[in-house]
Design a protein around this ligand. Sequence first.
Ligand code: BES
Ligand code: MN
Ligand code: ZN
Length: 483
Amino acid sequence: MPNQLTISSINVVFSEDEDVTTAKDRPVRPGELEDLGVSKEFLIANEFEGKLQQTLLLSRQEEVVIALGLGDQPLTAADARATAATLWHSTKHLDSLTSSLPLSIAAELGNETALQATVEGLLLASYRFDELKGTPEAEPKLDRINLLVADGVDSETALRKAEAVASAIALSRDLVNRPGGSLSALQLADEAVSVAENTGLEIEIWDKQRLLNERCGGIIGVNAGSLEEPRLVRMTWRPKGESRGTIHFVGKGITFDTGGLNLKTFEGMKEMKIDMGGAAAVIGAMSAIAAYAPDLTVIGTCCCTDNQPSPTATKPGDVLKIRNGKTVEVLNTDAEGRLVLADGLSIAVEDQPDLIVDLATLTGACMVALGQRYAGLMGNNEAAIAKVQTAAALANERVWHLPLPNEYRKQLDSEIADIQNIGSGRFAGALVAGLFLQEFVGESPWVHLDIAGPVTTDENEAEFVKGATGFGVRTLIEIVNNW
Ligand code: BES
Ligand code: MN
Ligand code: ZN
């Protein structure tokens, strides 16, 4: 279980049952500063203007009052989460908290969204990865939170969804934060099995023998240097009634990327436990699907193995045969993500889905181009691209559309196989990787998200905590919600 505040600490209070003005935090608009019962001079002296995410602690006799700025622009759900995260950080040392934040922002966001966003912000901000600490740090004290909401809000649904999303993101963060030595392909698959057991999703796991029988030469080839078996995970949400369509998510699940025989340097290798971030996003999103119960078929496929050098490893120049029959000359064993995804995408295509989205920490080049905040987005279908962009915007996850130029495709021409796994040129590494993947999706509408940058963050900010972000989980959930 991820270490994060749970929903059991949260108590919803309907505003009719409580005098709202006594709420022990007071979200304020810049125009309402007078209502706080302290002088404007005092607030100005403390540089509190009610700006978004500004806080000011006011101690009064027995209780602490926190002025929480809401700014003067309409709030988005993402602003609300960030504001709730700020509230968590300024009150986590207290025993209990009563907040009217969901009520204060209900007019602009709607009651349920306001409550859901507040709860998500509180839960996510409290996330900590401490399962490997020998001496545990002190737990934050705050575990009784009363949230004031408008009368008649369907608080149960809002809380259930908040819990589902926050746990999905926490799970994804835990999987990414876990070192390679603590998360083999087998262990990653076991995590997916637990998710399926808890949510009632269908699950199928392919072991090495099954992958061989199924002709998954990409995954088998990347796994060739490893002492651990590979796994392919396939999770399925099937609606009770008729299905309106099929969406297939595919995740890169390299539990540790040494580069293989094309061994990475110290600098390049030290963070490579994050190389299953795509699979973590898919497993996380699948864990939340049941809470939304869409009338769609949603499939999540994760291609899991580590990438190791060894006398048995795939050697530069070796040729692998992918599930769909195409052969690949492996000129660089460090371009392994596209090899496992080639199998995963070939499988996804087989059920003729309405949309395929793959997520992968695929290229350093994408980070060079877009930095740590933006995922690179590429695709073969305008409508599919637009859908994923809309979902990402709703999720407040930054994506940037990059091209898949036909002119660059010839860089992947191989002398001896159908295609080679790296481009012959020096440039546009993220696009060349995208062009490689495109060879395995046929005519299916497909979008590729290169999440090498946003899979982690170096900053504690809003509801994000240093380390894994859970990037992608929200976008995938929104794709399903808005289909
Ligand atoms: N997992 C890496 C990409 C990566 C790099 C993710 C940095 C996150 C941070 C991927 O398998 C890889 O090694 N890509 C190579 C491709 C190259 C050999 C064509 C790269 O980006 O250098
Ligand atoms: Mn690599
Ligand atoms: Zn990799």
